[in-house]
Write a protein that binds this ligand. Structure first.
Ligand SMILES: Nc1ncnc2c1ncn2[C@@H]1O[C@H](COP(=O)(O)OP(=O)(O)OP(=O)(O)O)[C@@H](O)[C@H]1O
Ligand SMILES: [Mg+2]
Length: 468
């Protein structure tokens, strides 16, 4: 009968630091247990040791983040223990430790659901990297489970998911500004949800029962914009067979949303300003003015202050439309909202049977930059759903650029021996990195790399290994 030493009680913090994670060490050799325990404690982990499989299962009645288990043990070997743990606590990573490196044991333990395996004697740095990775995976797994329970949690913006501090500021502003009649300028990168914000302001404002009329100023040719916005009289131009109300009149009693306002030509900016000041429009070719009563919401991905400085946007119009600005943050600044939104999309598009996120997919989603923001994420998850073959999405279901993204960013910053690569692979990644930085220009890339073009072509053609 082995001994079980219990360290301090578990404290469930909102965001447990990996350093505070609890590790269960299982080995029938007390000396090895003690050695591993000393190393792990030195690294800042709380550890409990068990000297047999049954003892380990008993210890697991308390919460743990990682299990480190020997493979060869008496009563119940490590592979069997791993299977049992995997069945009962599916998100708990088990790292196997083998006395010798053998392909068979590695395969057996991975089949049993092991997270990783280490060989004895265990190197302190490799142990540190491996346990940190496992604890991180555990943390992500908990987060995913929590998000799953919370799916459908409502926010003040219908259709928007996320509880990051950056989004809370947006919700707060929407709450405060919606009930007023103030003009709102929404600023944010492409695909961040500007239109959702605009619709939410309308829906929660005094004109909710009126129409919401949207126009993308970048999508309509400049010549047509004026008649779209302000309407035209019959015969105002060749094709004007009948008179037509513009969008300002159509938005009467409701809200007019002008998307990509930064693209509005200067001469129309002058007209728009007058219209906003007078609350009246004069349709093209008409002698009469028509009054309207609509709230104005605008959106842009541009920095309008810069546009004003550079005389592409009129300052007076800028002040008119910008009574309140709401900045919608890019997805990369929203922390684990990425996972909440991904979960939401999975649920929405895939129903209750939808595959779930795995920690490795979650890790990719969190480290990717998302230049196309939520729209790109939607696209990525829809694609993964279409490709998924298992009940969990895998990294292979993500777009190619996300497989190599980390590799491109962190050429040699491996945190686990399994991430270490050959020199050929490193060369391949570096060449890809240089190429992407020069926008695919092979002549420039060759010059930077100190290669002649032909050598570069040859290297690009050489069948490289996949970076995953
Ligand atoms: N927080 C969010 N949660 C869930 N879905 C979101 C969220 N934000 C945006 N979306 C979805 O992302 C897509 C893009 O949103 P939206 O069209 O509002 O962005 P946008 O900023 O107006 O984009 P663009 O700059 O291209 O006009 C929509 O399908 C929207 O439903
Ligand atoms: Mg939009």
């Amino acid at each position: 009968m082995g001994t079980m030493r219990q360290s301090q009680p578990f404290v469930d913090r909102a965001h447990p630091a990996i350093a505070g994670a609890r590790v269960l060490v299982v080995d029938d050799d007390p000396g090895t247990c003690e050695l591993l325990e000393t190393m792990l404690k030195g690294l800042g982990y709380e550890t409990v040791t068990a000297q047999s499989g049954p003892e380990a299962l008993d210890a697991l009645k308390d919460p743990f983040d990682v299990v480190l288990s020997d493979i060869r043990m008496g009563e119940m070997d490590g592979v069997e223990l791993c299977e049992k743990i995997h069945a009962e606590w599916p998100g708990l990573p088990v790292v196997m430790i083998t006395g010798f490196s053998s392909f068979e044991t590695a395969v057996a333990s991975l089949r049993a659901g092991a997270y990783d395996f280490l060989t004895k004697p265990v190197d302190r740095e490799i142990l540190a990297a491996c346990v940190a990775r496992a604890a991180k995976a555990r943390q992500l797994d908990r987060e995913i489970r929590r998000l799953k329970r919370e799916v459908g949690g409502s926010t003040p913006i219908p259709g928007a998911v996320g509880a990051s501090p950056a989004m809370k500021q947006v919700y707060d502003l929407v709450d405060r500004v919606a009930p007023t009649d103030a003009s709102v300028l929404i600023h944010g990168e492409t695909g961040t949800g500007k239109e959702l914000v605009a619709r939410a302001i309308h829906a929660r404002g005094p004109r909710a029962h009126g129409p919401f009329v949207a126009l993308n100023c970048a999508a309509v040719p400049a010549l047509l914009l004026e008649s779209e916005l302000f309407g035209h009289a019959r015969g105002a131009f060749t094709d004007a067979k009948a008179s037509r109300d513009g969008l300002f009149v159509a938005a009467n009693g409701g809200t007019i949303f002008l998307d990509e306002i930064g693209e509005l030509p200067l001469e129309l900016q002058v007209k728009l300003l007058r219209v906003l000041q007078d609350h009246r429009v004069r349709p093209l070719g008409s002698t009469h003015e028509v009054s309207f009563d609509a709230r104005l919401i605008t959106a842009t991905h541009r920095d309008l202050e810069t546009e004003v400085h550079e005389h592409r946007f009129r300052e007076d119009l800028y002040y008119r439309i910008n009574v309140v600005t709401i900045h919608v943050p890019p997805l990369r600044e929203r922390g684990t909202d990425v996972l909440a939104i991904a979960q939401h999309i999975l649920h929405q598009r895939g129903g209750p049977e939808a595959p779930s996120l795995s920690p490795s997919v979650a890790e990719r989603l969190l480290s990717y930059e998302w230049p196309g923001n939520v729209r790109e994420l939607e696209n990525c998850i829809e694609r993964a759903l279409a490709l998924a073959r298992f009940d969990q999405l895998t990294v292979q279901d993500l777009p190619e650029k996300m497989h190599t993204h980390r590799a491109q960013q962190l050429v040699v910053d491996a945190t686990s021996p399994t991430e270490l690569v050959t020199i050929d692979e490193l060369e391949r990644r570096y060449i890809q990195r240089v190429l992407s930085l020069v926008g695919g220009n092979k002549t420039r890339a060759a010059r930077i790399l100190g290669l002649d073009r032909r050598t570069l072509y040859r290297k690009l053609e050489a069948p490289g290994e996949q970076a995953e």
